[in-house]
Write a protein that binds this ligand. Structure first.
Ligand SMILES: [Zn+2]
Length: 289
């Protein structure tokens, strides 16, 4: 039987000092969280599942060997912009330039075309979504609907059809939205690494059970620092206690929760795929209808 439920595991390949809440508070030092990239790849590969890496153009050359190995093993390499500037803080023209240079750099490093884009901090609006499409990407994954988050953009999807929950299509261009859970008038985040770290597993499990549907789509977005292990690579006093806690909470259990998430979805018959392949799969399913 062809699977009808899909899970996409994605990693935003950035270092700890790209985090918006640490920028300007602590200076980047020699310590890096990029070891988390290999941990993510290994954890998935050991369980026979694949995923998508959204890479910053600025880091592509530095992690080139890992990216090439990942691409050869069937992982998808996609784009997370150049240096983690929030697109809504850039003019549309500057954003277009950034997209072009990041895409070219990553393609140069891995020697394959890059098809997907995710905006830092889900910071995207419709004019910038059109810029993503104009730059030659065939899908975007920068939409999230969460009540009252100060940084996230508000991406207007007019003209798109929601072909299954959180998956949008306009012609052959797709938007993979990060799923959230509607509870009354509010929407709770359930798909981020931060929430995976913060919620006890029993709560995540309860949220996932409520989120499930016959034609389900789940997407996780997680970051290298969440899986890298070790102590926080910056000074607690300089960062401030709130930022330090936000960074540190649940980092010890993130990898084991990710493993449990994979077991959870496998047990429910979900198929794991890179977003570029899901796009093709959904296009084929629509043609068969
Ligand atoms: Zn990011």
């Amino acid at each position: 039987m062809t699977p009808t439920r899909f899970a996409a595991l994605t990693l935003d390949v950035e270092d700890w000092w790209h985090l918006d809440y640490l920028r300007g508070r602590v200076e980047p030092g020699p310590a890096s969280s990029l070891g988390g990239v290999e941990k993510f790849l290994l954890l998935l590969a050991e369980r026979g599942v694949t995923g998508t890496l959204f890479v910053l153009g600025q880091l592509a050359a530095r992690v080139a060997p890992v990216l090439k190995e990942a691409a050869a093993a069937g992982f998808e390499i996609a784009c997370h912009g150049w240096g983690h500037a929030r697109p809504l803080t850039l003019s549309v023209d500057d954003f277009r330039r950034e997209l072009r240079s990041a895409k070219a750099e990553i393609e140069d490093v891995i020697g394959q075309p890059i098809l997907g884009y995710r905006a830092p901090c889900f910071s995207l609006d419709r004019p910038r979504l059109e810029a993503v499409r104009d730059a030659g990407f065939v899908y975007d994954s920068s939409r999230i609907r969460v009540s009252g988050h100060p940084l996230y953009g508000d991406l207007d999807m007019s003209g798109f059809t929601e072909i299954r929950p959180a998956v949008w299509r306009q012609e052959d261009f797709f938007e993979f939205e990060a799923p959230t859970l509607a509870i009354g008038p509010r929407r709770l985040p359930i798909s981020g690494g931060g929430y995976l770290r913060m919620y006890p597993w029993a709560l995540t499990r309860a949220f996932l059970a409520r989120h499930e549907s016959r034609d389900g789509f789940f997407m996780l977005y997680i970051h290298p620092f969440e899986l890298a292990g070790g102590p926080a690579p910056f000074d607690r006093a300089a960062a401030g206690l709130a930022s330090w806690l936000r960074f540190s909470i649940g980092r010890k259990t993130a990898a084991s929760k990710l493993a449990r998430l994979i077991v959870y979805f496998k047990a429910r018959g979900y198929s794991f795929a890179a977003l570029r392949d899901l796009r093709l799969e959904f296009m084929a399913m629509e043609r068969r209808r």
